[in-house]
Design a protein around this ligand. Sequence first.
Ligand code: BEZ
Ligand code: FE
Length: 288
Amino acid sequence: MRNLNERTITQAVLKSNAGSSDDRLQEVMASLVQHLHAFAREVNLTEKEWQYGIEFLTSVGQICSPTRQEFILLSDTLGLSTLVTAQNHKKPEGCTEATVFGPFHVEGAPHYQLGDDISNGMTGEPWYISGKVLDQNGERIPNARIEVWQADDAGYYDVQSPELAEHQGRGVLQADEQGNYYFKSIVPEAYPIPHDGPVGKMLEALNRHPWRPAHLHFMITAPGYERLVTHVFREGGDYLDSDAVFGVRSSLIADWIRHEEGMIPHGGYSDTPFYTMNFDFILNTEDE
Ligand code: BEZ
Ligand code: FE
């Protein structure tokens, strides 16, 4: 393996990697190497450009921390997250579609009872969310685990404020025996993905904005059904057609209805205006 040149280098690398006993690793690496080399050839990559690329990837790594995941942002803004999500969750007709996970989910969210206020002091207008968890035949799935997370009315997640002593705007609930879920929160607003780092610079250089349309994240699990990771977006909201991370699906847009003061959906009275949203989730079984 000497005297390699621009024509022979690709095969040489593939041959070097061929000794792995892990077939899948070999398949993925062979494709990655071929596509990377093809890319460099196609654009006639200069040394200066590749040096810039190395510096960019280095800075993406350097800004990462337990609460700042720049590589997820890079994957999201390049559409890779949406591609991988779409090809791994081809839902049967009628089932709720999945969308990107994003970097703001954390383990250990507080547990709440149905009807509780998961905003836990987050600022924003009152919002009552309800719906059902169903199977493909329209039958109710009992006791699903429902985890939600969201931004506040200024577009920030709790994890972006390290001084907070408790989680806000996220929680775990259990649907009842009839598949019903309901809880209170505050209306989240559209927000820019973190853009003070290398991914933000990349978007700026490409003349792209960093905004995501207003949404609420859901992760729903029930024994025997495929885990659903998705969002529900606000009908009529900004950026639905230019989401910075390509996550919007028409089937995931719902009306967030404004009400004047009056009776609230889960009982009681609100002396300020409030919003409601109703959304049913349809899960597919694990083997589909
Ligand atoms: C989110 O919706 O939380 C999100 C998704 C992708 C990138 C940044 C944020
Ligand atoms: Fe989000």
